[in-house]
Ligand binder design. Structure first.
Ligand code: GZL
Length: 349
């Protein structure tokens, strides 16, 4: 009786000790869903064999950024860096200066370092199958940022975070349809396209041409590949003006940097941008809206570069083993002469 009585008292207590005494949230235990790589630690970090004191290692994200070609790109890079810092995510940032080969090298470097995740802003759409296969075989999830990749096996990346460039092109076209509604035409247009083979160049072109193509009065006189930079926008616009002169009534530029360069060439030539020539651009940088307030740009379609918070949220959710949508589209608007004055002071880049 005694033993039983005592046993009845001590047994549950022993069970409680066994249950709670052994449970340990291993500080390094990776959340379900993503195996934590053995990321190379700095020397001197706590001995991981003593699990009771090893700190929770931060998530390590390798980011291959395509370049520094525009204000948009630099705002995008800053957004990613600031968001990583805010989220306590260790960011390995590699800038490829517009070289896809350098992006491949950066991604292989991330794989060698066994990072937890890789993010890529691809300079062009094609050529990504093999490198993304290498990351997949290494068990490292990949998130595509900004521009898209054109690959056979969509399972090689988790999600694409970025704008709908086709819709941006349609917004530019719709602005022109409204602006020239009372013009009998013909309306001569020149187009400065972004980097050949890049998603924004392909889709902003398609969206614009699909929209204005409904009306025969619009004539695209020249459509030139540029590279999203201010300098090349000015150079190409100079040569177009030499060739076509005042036949050009509209400039559609795939980004603000090229539009701002083109405006310099237009003024050198003796025409008034925004008055003698309709100027339509994409991005929504402060510099472009300042020109719009001066009456030198008529329409800017917004393309949001501040993708950092979206990216870090996706990284954290993935590490927690959650499922992400295949496509995360950033919300955007259109700025015109009417809204520029109000908006220009809100632009963060
Ligand atoms: C669009 C982005 C483009 C911007 C340019 O998301 O890829 O690249 O429109 C930038 O300014 O260079």
């Amino acid at each position: 009786m005694y033993f039983r009585g005592k046993a009845l008292f001590w047994l549950p207590l022993c069970l409680l000790i066994v249950l709670f005494g052994c449970e340990s949230n291993h500080p390094d235990s990776a959340p379900a869903g993503v195996a934590r790589g053995e990321y190379d630690r700095d020397e001197g970090s706590p001995d991981s064999s003593d699990e009771s004191i090893a700190p929770q290692r931060p998530i390590v994200l390798g980011f291959s950024q395509l370049g520094t070609e525009s204000d948009w790109r630099n705002a995008n890079s800053l957004s990613v860096k600031e968001a990583a810092k805010e989220a306590g995510i260790e960011l390995l940032f590699e800038n490829a200066e517009q070289s896809q080969e350098k992006q491949f090298e950066a991604i292989r470097g991330f794989i060698d370092k066994k990072v937890d995740l890789i993010a890529v802003a691809p300079v062009v759409q094609s050529g990504w199958d093999d490198i993304l296969k290498e990351a997949q075989l290494a068990g490292i999830p990949v998130i595509i940022v900004d521009r898209a990749v054109d690959i056979l096996d969509a399972s090689q990346y988790v999600t694409l975070i970025g704008s709908d460039f086709y819709e941006e092109g349609r917004k530019a076209g719709k602005y022109l349809l409204d602006k020239m509604a009372n013009s009998p035409g013909p309306v001569g247009i020149v187009e400065l396209k972004g980097t050949a083979g890049s998603t924004p160049s392909i889709d902003r072109g398609r969206g614009f041409h699909d929209t204005i193509g409904e009306q025969s009065k619009f004539r695209v006189l020249k459509s030139e590949y540029v590279d999203f930079t201010h300098e090349r926008g000015r150079e190409v616009m100079r040569s177009l003006l030499q060739e076509l002169g005042e036949e050009i009534q509209v400039l559609y530029s795939h980004n603000d940097d090229m539009a701002l360069g083109a405006i310099e060439a237009i003024e050198e030539y003796g025409l008034r941008p925004g008055k003698d020539m309709i100027i339509i651009s994409v991005d929504g940088t402060r510099k472009a809206l300042e020109k719009m307030v001066q009456g030198k740009i008529n329409c800017v379609v917004e393309c949001n570069p501040l993708l950092g918070p979206n990216l870090m949220q996706a990284v954290n959710e993935l590490m927690e083993g959650r499922t992400l949508p295949k496509r995360i589209v950033t919300p955007e608007t259109v700025f015109t002469e009417v809204t520029a004055e109000r908006e220009v002071h809100n632009r963060k880049y």
